[in-house]
Design a protein around this ligand. Sequence first.
Ligand SMILES: [Zn+2]
Length: 422
Amino acid sequence: MSYKGHGGKEIVENVLEKEKAKEAIQGLTQIPVRRQIAHECISLSYGFFTPLQGFMGYNDVDAVCKDMTLEDGTVWSIPIVFDMSDDEIKKYDIKEGDTVLFTYMDAPLAMFEIEEIYEYDKKFMAEKVYGTTEEKHPGVKRTYEYADKFLAGKVTLVNEPKFNEPYASFWKTPKQHFEAFKEKGWEHVVAHQTRNVPHTGHEWLMKYAWFAANEDLTVDTLKTGVLVNCIIGEKRKGDYIDEAILLAQNMLRVAGYFREDVHMVTFTLWDMRYAGPREAVFHAALRANLGCTHHMYGRDHAGVGDYYGTYDAHYLLKSVKDKLSIKPVFILENWYCPVCAEVTSSAFCAHTKEKQKFSGTLIRSIIIDGVKPTRLVLRPEVFDTVMECAEKYGFGSPFVTDKYLTDRQPIFTLEPMDVGKA
Ligand SMILES: [Zn+2]
């Protein structure tokens, strides 16, 4: 079976099996890493970020910032870096050429072979990646918060995460995505990027994109699928809780709005950077690495505030589409129109006075009130799932609260391992 991902590159898989891992980590210097880095180690090791083998070096970061490519010319839009302060570097007594052990939640996670220690101008990085240097942009803020040194090198997973439910049901490595699509008989797969509970506007987007992705295939053979790939990562207060996102998306198929053989829900561990157009390009690489052939892009993809124009992501994608391994499907804004009596799009509906835009804020306030919205906007099964998740996982709320941030069920656990003496 062939696993060709972004840039036509073989999917990376740097994962040591248990016995070998136990041996390899004996005596290594242990460095505890924060959640973002732990998640990125997992994503890197399984090949979600193919062709990256690990955290990026200076030349790659510089090419990403200046040309939106890696040093070798492969399109890449967001730096994937590991940062450390001089004090920590001194404390751990590490240098280029060393191999260290990253730990997370008090257990070994990954080996890191330090190839390079360097500095990079964070303001320049922010300007190039986010198009702004304003700290109130969450991606810029994250960039400024990096410590002063970056460490580059290969990352190898030594302790595979054991995902807890409901995550376990939706977890697939990139190679397992390829295998699942083959099993389904899907020749074309269109990716849907989400961190939301689906309203009927999202459902329409996925269905419209399915037709676009069906292209030269025929409708009755069902060789095209929709992959709903949820982003699971940093949560902010007011976001939907992760469990509700996964289970509500899945409910669209369970409740029959999508047939069993055209729809699948999985997730990727990734902290949204809200880089708008550049994040859209990153998503194209990410989903190519899952074996998707198409990727849908609606209005203001991965944007925040008013930093990016409604269709800036479409324009940037168009400019690099020949160098991508996935075909973008561009979709205009949609809404519910009572005159058309359906979810429709700015491409069709001229009832500008009557149209009812999908407002996340409105749907949110309805859910907070516990009132079931009309099925034309939110499917009742989806609503019920969201409310069940609120009780089961969200301490009574389907939205992230302080309590959820501190007491939520862990996404995965890591088994303890004997690491010997450093
Ligand atoms: Zn209309």
